[in-house]
Design a protein around this ligand. Structure first.
Ligand SMILES: Nc1nc2c(ncn2[C@@H]2O[C@H](COP(=O)(O)OP(=O)(O)OP(=O)(O)O)[C@@H](O)[C@H]2O)c(=O)[nH]1
Ligand SMILES: [Mg+2]
Length: 448
């Protein structure tokens, strides 16, 4: 999980505050000194930190906070609010242009994640029913066009490229191509450079002039901390960015870029990259990010992730099976695999309030071991046995245990858990049906 160092330190500070019935101005000051150090250590910009602490203190030492019944909680809430404001007051959605096609331009330094990001974005827009066209304007790195083509193929989005031409000409031609081929959004991938330089800016300005992009998105690597912030400042000055995409947040243990870049540049973070996989792109929500940083979890993102992953059609089918008690071990396994495809369990659990800290120690173990075991057991059964597990006798159980490298007790435990969750799900399904809320997926109990 990203930002764990910062989260832990802040939680320690808050624990002290929460444990106090009464809080004095001195308590607030000493807590804020610690928060300040934690932020600086997380590589948050010095001035941003200073202003932030100033605002929190000003609000926290007010009478109504210190005299309230839960002063600790109030202070934490102020920190949360201010942290949210620091990252942007609301989430900034990508805009649509007034003309078709809408144009998005991705810019940034070498290796920041531009090409990956444009492909992720194209995939996500496709899912929303849009028809994107990817445009390969990186003509400098030999394999760059190929890289985009491979990604385009993977997500079934056309890629526009031209050999022996300059980026500006390619960009211009791509608009005609998009119109002729009914593509309503053009996403342009550009070349990176090692540093901000005139050559790069000149080229990008020219592309900007011809394309008049609705969004100019700077892609920066969150792991580079304050360097990312400096890069953003330079690009914003030259190009007038509309948004920032923070990539590699999955590997960012500190959080300095996420917390500083909006405050320093005035330009909002619009998207975040959370992994190398094509689906690892999320809309940036300042309030949810603040909650995550403060270790309050991120339930909303979790719910959305679940909705995006679960196949609605399948969910309805399952619900029907549950109602009619036709739910089998095969379905049970399928559901489990769906949850698995949402990403590492550790990440998911980290989004649940209060879980972040408890997860320390069993990183990556909980999910795979236990789920693998359950899958192995179910896979060792015949299709008939999976459909009717109550008919399993001792010798069959022994066979299944041996076949999956488990003990008979493990098989029994799984069967009991399956029956329990079947009952539980039936209750929920009936409840939902009575209230007339159909199609809602009943909660699922997992064997751990
Ligand atoms: N972990 C992680 N890796 C990422 C993320 N985004 C991109 N990457 C990786 O970063 C590396 C560089 O990504 P590219 O998309 O090729 O970067 P680029 O900005 O197009 O690079 P140039 O075209 O050379 O300027 C690749 O190995 C990506 O898989 C992310 O959000 N998380
Ligand atoms: Mg690239």
């Amino acid at each position: 999980m990203a930002f764990e160092g910062l989260t832990e330190r802040l939680q320690d500070v808050f624990k002290k505050l929460k444990n106090k019935g009464k809080i004095t101005e001195a308590d607030v000051n000493s807590a804020m000194r610690e928060v300040r150090l934690a932020l600086l250590e997380a590589d948050v910009n010095y001035k941003v930190t200073k202003d932030f602490i100033g605002r929190v203190k000003e609000r926290a030492v007010g009478q109504e906070v210190l005299k309230s019944i839960t002063p600790g909680q109030q202070v934490i809430k102020i920190v949360h609010d201010e942290m949210k404001t620091l990252m942007g007051d609301s989430n900034s959605k990508l805009e649509w242009g007034t003309e078709v096609p809408t144009v998005y331009l991705a810019v940034g330094l070498q290796g920041a994640g531009k090409t990956t990001t444009v492909a992720k974005l194209a995939r996500s827009l496709t899912k929303q029913g849009r028809k994107p066209l990817l445009v390969a304007c990186d003509i400098y790195r030999p394999a760059a066009v190929k890289q985009l083509q491979v990604l385009g193929e993977q997500i079934q989005v056309p890629v526009f490229s031209m050999e022996h031409n300059d980026p500006v000409a390619i960009a211009r031609a791509s608009i005609d191509f998009a119109r002729e081929n009914n593509r309503d959004v053009v996403i342009v991938d550009t070349a990176g450079r090692l540093h901000v330089n005139e050559e790069l800016m000149g080229e990008l300005k020219e592309i900007k002039m011809f394309l008049k992009p609705t969004e100019i998105l700077l892609v920066v690597d969150a792991m580079t901390g304050q360097d990312a912030v400096n890069v953003a400042e330079a690009f914003h000055k030259e190009l007038g960015l509309t948004g920032i995409v923070l990539t590699k947040l999955d590997g960012d243990t500190r959080g300095g870029a996420a917390l500083s870049v909006k405050a320093v540049t005035g330009c909002p973070i619009k998207l975040v990259g959370l992994g190398e996989k094509i689906e690892a792109l999320e809309v940036f929500f300042p309030d949810r990010m603040a909650s995550r940083i403060l270790g309050m979890g991120d339930i909303l993102s979790l719910v959305e992730k679940a909705q995006a992953t679960f196949d609605q059609e399948k969910a309805r089918e399952m619900e029907k099976k549950i109602r009619t008690q036709e739910f089998t071990l095969e379905d049970f396994m399928e559901q489990m695999q769906q949850v698995r495809s949402m990403g590492p369990l550790e990440d998911l659990l980290g989004m649940i309030p209060g879980m972040g800290k408890q997860l320390k120690g069993f990183k990556g173990e909980i999910d795979d071991k236990e789920l693998n075991r359950v899958e192995a057991i179910i896979q060792s059964m015949t299709p008939q046995e999976r459909r009717n597990p109550s008919g399993l006798n001792g010798s069959r159980k022994k066979r299944i245990a041996r076949g999956s490298g488990n003990k008979v007790q493990d098989v029994n435990r799984l069967l009991k858990q399956f029956e329990d969750s079947k009952k539980l799900m039936k209750q929920f399904a009936d409840l939902g049906g009575k209230k007339g809320k159909r199609g809602a997926m009943p909660p699922m109990r997992f064997p751990f």
